[in-house]
Design a protein around this ligand. Sequence first.
Ligand code: GLN
Length: 196
Amino acid sequence: MVIGVLALQGDFREHASMVRSLGVEVCLVRLPEEVDSVDGLIIPGGESTTMGKLMVKYGLEQAIIDRFNAGRLAIYGTCAGMIVLARDIEGSQVQPHLGLLDVTVQRNAFGRQKESSEEDLEIEGLDTPLHALFIRAPVIIRTGPSVDVLARVAQGPVYVQQGRLLASSFHPELGRDTRVHEHFLQLAEQSSNQEV
Ligand code: GLN
C-alpha cells in the first residue's frame, strides 16, 4: 500500500512523517500520474483557495475524482483539505474544490488566527479523547444522509466519514496521537485490496 500526500501547499511534510512513522510508504503527489500509484490520498491543511487553484492548474482535480470514482482511492482531508473535499463551501460559488464529500463547510468558523484553539475531543470509535488542534478551522454546517459524524464541538461537526472519505477540521498530524491516521490507513487498505 502507498499513501499519497498532496504536496502543492500546506503542511504536507507533517502528514508524510506521521504516515511513515506507521511503517507505510509515502508518495508526495504533485502530478496527475502520481495519483494513479496511490491507494490513499491525504489533502493537508493550508490555504484551501490556493490549493484548489493549484490542483486545477496541474490537472490533479480530475485525476483524483476519476481514481476515487473507480473505487481505487480513499481520501482524508484536514482543515483546508476538508474544505477542498466538500460539496459546498458557504458563501462561495467560485472557489475550486473536489465536491466529493456531501457536506457544506463554513470556512474560518472559529474566527481569526488568534481564536485558534486546542481541545480534548470525544471521538466515535475511540476509547479515550483525542487532543485536537484547530487553526483557522472550518466547521460543517450541513451533512448529507451518507455522512457519519465522528466528532463535534459546540459550533458543529468537526470530524466526519462518508465511506472511504474522511475529513477533520483539526490537525492530528501536528500532534503525536496517530489514531486518526491509523483509521485512514484502514480505509486505504480497502482500496488497495480492490479487484481491478
Ligand atoms: N482557513 C484556511 C482555509 O480556509 C484553513 C486553515 C488550515 O488549514 N489550518 O483554507
